[in-house]
Write a protein that binds this ligand. Sequence first.
Ligand code: GLY
Length: 309
Amino acid sequence: MSAVLVVHGGAWAIPDELAKASVDGVKAAARKGFVVLRDDGRALEAVEAAVKALEDNMVFNAGHGATLNVDGEVELDAIIMDGRTLNCGAVSSVKNIPNPVSLARAVMEKTSHVMLTGRGANLFAESVGFSTVTTHALVSEFERKEWECHKTYAAGVLEDFNTQWTHDTVGAVAVDSSGNVACATSTGGIRNKMVGRVGDSSIIGCGAYADNLSGAVSCTGHGESILKVTLAKLILSHVEQGKSVADASDLALQYMGERVQGAGGVITVSPSGKWAATFTTQRMAWAAAENDVLWSGLDPNERKKENLN
Ligand code: GLY
């Protein structure tokens, strides 16, 4: 079967000044992840490679470019999951780690646990040789200015994300040539969040889920809403009941809007290579690589096609 990789760079009211850089960034990350699949790499490796590329890009709220909490600190959350085994690793409220997705993978592969948080996650990072960077190195000029303007969580969220909620998160889902699916999600969370606040991104079944029996999902959007409806698992439940990945994604996002008034976006892939990228915020930068084609979009119903080579 042919491999597919889909990435998102966060669902929110992306301003025009960040639009081109956001689309360029997701396209570059999709190419990077797809090279892994094309070289017969596993879906798990492909999603890690794609999310690392997004974490390294200052345009996105993950790793470099992360938002600041109420104390002006960066606290990062990430998850990775292998749909073949249901093995999963996650970190939350971790500091000074440029690629939290790789730390999440290390939790999955080198510990008996699924999630490490805060100081424990940082101690583990040190013990397995992860290098650290300063908070200053992780924060973009854009974020510093925004944080200075919006000193409270509620005002910042409402003013900045003039639809509903959030500057948000990156993620990737993939299916490899053996039909194995995987997902990864990484975020700096929401600007001016309380110290220690954890959103959906690192929570299994909420910010991401992968199961070879149904598919893989990575979510973005208002974390508290996503947590309340366990969005990733909700989508895969619809798939298990026979819905297409596109219908399942739309249905679950619509439910989140109606039930808890939350907005967001999702990327979903099935073990047979069907995929969807959909959102209820103003915009979401996304890209999908399959065969020789790279698809991408930013505005609702936008779907551009170009050659992958
Ligand atoms: N969706 C990311 C967060 O709310 O933290």
